[in-house]
Every structure is written in structure tokens, then in C-alpha cells.
Design a protein around this ligand. Structure first.
Ligand code: GDD
Length: 297
């Protein structure tokens, strides 16, 4: 429980870990607008609790802080380790507090504490309320006639998406350096939500077109060569402003030059491979789900 500092101290003193990867958080940006105080506690202050526990009982532990591209927020790209921060959500502000506390414990107490400033990283394990998984899951279901539409928020936002497997390797490399430092991990390529939707449906043989603007925008079937009969012109994507954020991060493009040159980090997956894997996984999960239903397990 990240709100329980004494428990964290007891755990750290019992385990005395070589490395601590602090990935826990209230990590949903939209939810942070509804729960700003809880987000500040769990995503912000909890980092200080962990750092204090390390300082007091396990100062040899190396510490990795999961900093986020959301800290850049409205600062124009490309974003790297030198870019000024401008968070646009309670989540981004809480992460920025954690970023500075990590640096402070490094500078004040000599703790091997590092920030990995990670741009969006996805995989089939992504939670269903994040946009990539929401899209791939819906595409899988719609392609089988088990769901009619996918309802999203802002289709124009652009994200620099990578594969979580590559980013985990980067986190590990960050803690294996001689000196503690901060690193940006990103692909350097940005894509709109709309294009991620198109790529996901295309994996299933469904070509989508988009028409209309803002709330009236919709995605429809242009051509379907998939398994299930979905008529041309059928609307499968809609927009609902309830998914808009009070303040949005419109454009993220990371510059991972430092990680590439200093850590030798190089992502193995591109966006096409990521989409393929996520869609295939959702199709197979969906088929298992159907099997379980039909066989009554
Ligand atoms: N979740 C969601 N749901 N996002 C939507 C939707 C929708 O229905 N429609 C459009 N979007 C847009 C959001 O407005 C945002 O611009 C973009 O899709 C991505 O949203 P998320 O997938 O929720 O991720 P995020 O970019 O806000 O934050 C993720 O990445 C950060 C950087 O690594 C989270 O994992 C953060 O915890 C992480 O720090």
C-alpha cells in the first residue's frame, strides 16, 4: 500500500533489494481529473515515501522512477532530457513532483536514483481503459459481429507509441549505468489515434474511412475482406465528448538519442508489429471467451 510509509520502510528493510522499480501509480490521465487528490497522494507523494524508506533503511538500493512523457504536456516536440516541462493533468503534475524528488534524493543523499521518462508503451497486457487496448479489443469484437461500435474521445491527439517489452529492457539498462542519470525512452515517431484505429481494423481485413468533424466524426467501413460480413458504409467508430480531457496533451514525439547512444538502447518493435500483436491477442482472447461461453465452463 503506497499510502503506508511505515509498511514500505519495513518491506525495504526486510528485503534490502538491489534494485527498486517504482512503477505503481494511479496511472490513468482522464481518471486523474476526477480524483486529483488521490492521484497526488499515490502518484506523487508515494514516491517520497519510497525514497525515504530507501534513505533510512536501504541506501544501497538503486531506485528507478517511472517518469512520464505526460510531464512534457504542452511543450512542443521533440521532447528530450533538456526539454522544459508543462504538465496538463493532475497525473502529469504528480509525476513531475516525483521526478524532482527522485533528482533531489540523488543530489542530496547520493542515492542511485534515476528517472526513465517513458513515452507511451503498450502491449497485449495493457489495461482496457487505455486507448490502444480499447481500440484493438473493439476491432476484434466488431470484426466478428459481437460489438456494433467503438466510441472514443479525441481522435486528433498524437502519441509516440512503443512496445512495453523494449521499454522494460531500457529501464533495466538505466539502472546498470556507472552513474545515476535520467533518460528519455521513445520511438521518435508519432501517430494519431485515428490512424491507430485504421491500422487495427486493417489487421482484420477492414478498411475504414472517416468523415465529419469533432463530435460528429465517424468511422465507416470502406471495404471488408474479413471473415464476418460487415456491409460497406456501416458506421463502426463514433465520438463521445465524455472521453475528452479538460486539458489535452495534443502532440508527443520523444527524442531518445541519449538512451540510444549512452545505453545502446534500440527498440525492436515498430508500431505495425505492436498493432499486429495486440490485435492477434485480442482475437484469440475473444475466441477463448466464446469457447468458454459455448462450452459452459
Ligand atoms: N483512454 C482513452 N480512451 N483515451 C482516448 C480515448 C478513449 O476513449 N479517445 C481518445 N483518446 C486519447 C486521449 O485523449 C489521449 O490523447 C490518447 O488517446 C492516449 O490516451 P491513453 O491511452 O489513456 O494514454 P495517455 O497518453 O493519456 O497516458 C499513458 O501514457 C503515458 C506515457 O507513457 C498512460 O499509460 C500514462 O500512465 C503514461 O504516463
Amino acid at each position: 500500500d503506497l499510502s503506508d510509509g511505515s509498511r514500505l520502510t519495513t518491506l525495504l528493510s526486510t528485503i534490502r533489494p538491489d534494485e527498486v522499480y517504482h512503477l505503481a501509480a494511479q496511472s490513468h490521465v482522464r481518471v486523474s481529473f476526477d480524483e486529483p487528490e488521490h492521484t497526488g497522494d499515490v502518484t506523487g507523494l508515494a514516491t517520497t515515501r519510497l525514497l525515504e524508506a530507501i534513505r533510512l533503511v536501504s541506501p544501497e538500493s538503486k531506485f528507478y522512477q517511472a517518469s512520464s512523457s505526460e510531464m512534457f504536456g504542452a511543450t512542443p516536440p521533440p521532447q528530450n532530457e533538456e526539454t522544459p516541462f508543462y504538465p496538463r493533468s493532475p497525473y502529469g503534475a504528480a509525476k513531475l513532483y516525483s521526478y524532482w524528488m527522485t533528482r533531489n534524493y540523488r543530489e542530496a543523499y547520493g542515492i542511485f536514483a534515476c528517472n526513465g521518462i517513458l513515452f507511451n508503451h503498450e502491449s497485449p497486457r495493457r489495461g482496457e481503459t487505455f486507448v490502444t487496448k480499447k481500440i484493438t479489443k473493439a476491432a476484434a469484437r466488431i470484426s466478428q459481429g459481437k460489438q456494433e461500435t467503438l466510441t472514443l474521445g479525441n481522435l486528433d491527439a498524437k502519441r509516440d507509441w512503443g512496445h512495453a517489452k523494449d521499454y522494460i529492457e531500457g529501464m533495466y539498462l538505466i539502472l546498470q549505468q556507472e552513474k545515476p542519470e535520467d533518460f528519455v525512452l521513445a520511438t521518435g515517431i508519432t501517430t494519431t489515434i485515428r490512424d491507430f484505429v485504421k491500422m487495427s481494423f486493417a489487421e482484420l481485413g477492414i478498411e475504414l474511412g472517416f468523415r465529419g468533424k469533432d463530435e460528429a466524426e465517424e468511422g465507416y467501413v470502406v471495404k471488408n475482406t474479413g471473415e464476418y460480413k460487415l456491409e460497406e458504409g456501416t458506421v463502426v467508430v463514433k465520438v463521445d465528448p465524455k472521453y475528452y480531457r479538460p486539458t489535452e496533451v495534443d502532440l508527443l514525439i520523444g527524442d531518445p538519442t541519449k538512451a540510444m547512444t549512452q545505453l545502446g538502447w534500440k527498440p525492436k518493435f515498430d508500431l505495425a508489429a505492436l498493432v499486429k500483436e495486440m490485435v492477434a491477442s485480442d482475437v484469440s482472447l475473444f475466441k477463448k471467451e466464446l469457447y468458454i461461453k459455448q462450452s459452459g465452463i
